[in-house]
Design a protein around this ligand. Sequence first.
Ligand code: SAM
Length: 267
Amino acid sequence: MTTPHRAKKSLGQNFLIDPNLQRKIVAALEAEPTDEVLEIGPGHGALTDHLEGNVGRLVLVELDDDLASALERRFAGRSDVVVIRGDVLQVDPLAQVRDPEDLLVIGNIPYNITTPILFRLLERPRPRRIVLMVQEDVAARIAAPVGTRAYGALSVGVRSVASVDRLFGVGRRSFRPVPRVDSAIVRIDPFRPERTSAADEARLRVVVRAAFQWRRKQLGKILRDHPDIMADDEVAAAAVASAGVELTDRPERVSPEAFVRLATSLG
Ligand code: SAM
């Protein structure tokens, strides 16, 4: 007889118990029967149940040993399902997929690693689509309008390389155990074709990080004086002109598109 699984708080285990929501989240992926899907943190299979058999290939990454063992037993002998036991931030799940750029990714992921997972997924090569359950405030930060307090490095980091939709909220009572916060589903579609070169994108990351470290300062000062940028006056003036912003603007006034132009012209 197996003992029932006790949810591990350290692994962010809040299991989604509402079957209608499970279906709705999986439907947001719009997976075709030939698609390859990577699921992060399948747990007891709340989303997996609605994916298995309906997609071409399913790659599951689960860190919890007991849950990974249960998944291995469940899918033993299935050539269309691969179970990877490990930390999604340490193992390289993309090495196990056919075509990382055609991949669909889904996950009800632990809250404490939402941001690193998101940034990892948005490194090149980027998947075709990502559907994630995130804390409501993270969804708000990702989708925040320019000029609001929630607008920051996360908003620009995601929206400079992808389009984002906050699809719907998920109340905390839909989970067991009940978490302390509400959640939301976001769908992220990386731009095709890419809008920046890899080199411009690396510079963009530096500029965005620097800008929001100094979010109370004006762009001119950030570009000239931040140790990670140190542009001279002429370069800074040309960069803001080509981005269509002002030296006196603060970072939260600069749209993701303007940040891309700024970083490109600093190159
Ligand atoms: N998908 C299931 C559901 O919706 O009910 C479980 C969701 S639960 C919020 C998060 C899951 O991610 C747990 O199964 C947990 O063990 C797993 N997990 C936690 N950290 C992980 C990591 N670093 N890599 C892979 N899986 C992880």
